[in-house]
Design a protein around this ligand. Sequence first.
Ligand SMILES: CC(C)(COP(=O)(O)OP(=O)(O)OC[C@H]1O[C@@H](n2cnc3c(N)ncnc32)[C@H](O)[C@@H]1OP(=O)(O)O)[C@@H](O)C(=O)NCCC(=O)NCCS
Length: 159
Amino acid sequence: MEIRALQTRDAARCAELEQILFPGDNPWSRDIFAIEFSHPHTFYLGVFDDEGDEEVLVAYAGMAMLGPRDDPEFEIHTIAVDPEHQRRGLGRLLMDQLMHAADSFDGQVFLEVRTDNAPAIAMYEAFGFVNQGVRRNYYQPSGADAYTMSRPSRSEREQ
Ligand SMILES: CC(C)(COP(=O)(O)OP(=O)(O)OC[C@H]1O[C@@H](n2cnc3c(N)ncnc32)[C@H](O)[C@@H]1OP(=O)(O)O)[C@@H](O)C(=O)NCCC(=O)NCCS
């Protein structure tokens, strides 16, 4: 397994996993991923597995930095693990990287998650996220509700 920053050539595989993992929630296309990767204030990482001669992307995550560089906030845009590789610590590995980046800027982190997504909610709570409320019909076309969750900055957690 190798973890590294995602590039345009990885966008098609991300879109393929997205179709599998978020079929009713407007899965992102290859083009959307490519734009996200090229944005100057996003941070996208992938986990690659060696499958024979081939390296296959099996998990990815991305986060955006918002606001002024000396006092930024962060927003997790996506995190996903190939169903065949779930529950092996890859989600945690990617979250560790994202939270390390946010903590290095002492930033608060926000995200949305489907209210029925118990595995993801458990993972976020394990990383110190707390529920801030519900956004009705947030996901389309499914109409599923989302929780907004946030994680205090490092200095806020240490108070
Ligand atoms: C959520 C997701 C990214 C977790 O990735 P993963 O690699 O399977 O998770 P890990 O093995 O690293 O587990 C990390 C923690 O997540 C939680 N978790 C993961 N899967 C879980 C499950 N099926 N049930 C309950 N908790 C679960 C646990 O707290 C776990 O910690 P533990 O192993 O100490 O119990 C993965 O389930 C996934 O890709 N889901 C589909 C996409 C998705 O919903 N993304 C989030 C959108 S907001």
